[in-house]
Design a protein around this ligand. Sequence first.
Ligand SMILES: Nc1ncnc2c1ncn2[C@@H]1O[C@H](COP(=O)(O)OP(=O)(O)OP(=O)(O)O)[C@@H](O)[C@H]1O
Ligand SMILES: [Mg+2]
Length: 420
Amino acid sequence: MLGGIFLASILVIYGLSYFYFQDCHKLITRTEDAFDVVHEQIQDTLSNLLSIYTCQKTPAEKKRVEEFNKETSDSQIESGNCNNKYRIIFSILYIIVFLALNYGAYHLYQQKKIDLKAVVSIFIINFAIFGHLSDFYYDAHGFMNVYTKVNHITSFMESLPIKPKHSGKTIPNPARITINFKDVGFKHPATSKAIYEDLNLVIPPGQSLAIMGSIGSGKSTAAKLLVRLQKHDVGQILLNGVDVADLDIDDLRKHVIYVPQHPILFNRTLWENINYGLEGVTREDVFKLLRETGLNDLEEVYREKMDKSVGKLGTNLSGGQRQVVWLIRCMLRPSSVIVLDEPTSALDEKSRRNIENIIKAMSKKRTLIVITHDKELLQHMDRMVYFDKGKIIQDTMLKKESAEQQPQSNRRANTPIASY
Ligand SMILES: Nc1ncnc2c1ncn2[C@@H]1O[C@H](COP(=O)(O)OP(=O)(O)OP(=O)(O)O)[C@@H](O)[C@H]1O
Ligand SMILES: [Mg+2]
């Protein structure tokens, strides 16, 4: 009979843990989600501190974060309550079964079915077993927390658009890439108006091309379509005859590199940021490159900061120093096409000159596409195209020798640059 009570109690405890898991697991997941939202909000707030201070919105932002934080505290309290509820149920159950078993043993003793030694032994065994059983609750609790966190991270990873490895063609002869935008049309899913309807542009290998144009005319979008950060709807973007849509994404990003308008850095050391994605590059290679490009002043700064953290988003570095990290990475990679989106915007004169030096060096060796409003950069470029409302309204050769490289289709639009 005692064995029966004992087995039944174990079954009940295991059954109960199933309900415990079902009930509390959902609440812990909700707490984790709420934490994610709060982290996102805090990060967003910190990234926009300047706007917040300038617009004197500190109290409003504080309130906003507090509201998000409240959801986290509420769900934390609920999941805490859930845990407590089951802990009490488990404890009551343990006590009932413990008492029932010992009472059963005592009853058998009174009926002289067992002797005193057996009663004491049963008590000791009960005590030991139930000690272990109460640990079971804490183990279940720990397991559930870990399970929920792992599950949470796994679902986040699954939500990322990860493509199968080597799922496309490779660029033929990647050292010399001809880029051909052929009747390209594109519209953002959220908008009704197309940015381009029939964009045509051929960029021969080794050319340095400046893309200029009015605000919102589609310059950055063209660069993003080229590296498939966005996907064109109609027409083709051919790299040596292969559409970017059919290319293996790793192969595309290896040979065509895009530096965004506001490059941000990892909150790691300067060296980890510079060395990110590079192989076999030493610090001395970096310093040598800085000297060769005439950035001797930066060499000194970088030497000093190399093992220090650059701070969140790289904010311990100036805008120009951040840009240079990305540009050095580009120069030390084997990519044959480099696309820079407004590399000199919002920089002081000294940083601007540093970036200009790098652009000059880059333009000699590879295909360089620079989206810019900065006319000073044009002296290092072979060609300039001007965008307006998704169309190229001007296509100008800037250097005599590269006029010969220019494909027939682009020669028609040549007009003097002086007007810009
Ligand atoms: N994610 C988006 N959703 C909807 N429309 C967008 C999105 N990103 C850009 N656009 C719109 O697409 C058009 C082209 O934007 P794009 O960033 O290519 O312009 P741009 O020429 O680079 O401008 P700027 O000189 O200001 O950098 C703009 O009208 C812009 O408002
Ligand atoms: Mg832009």
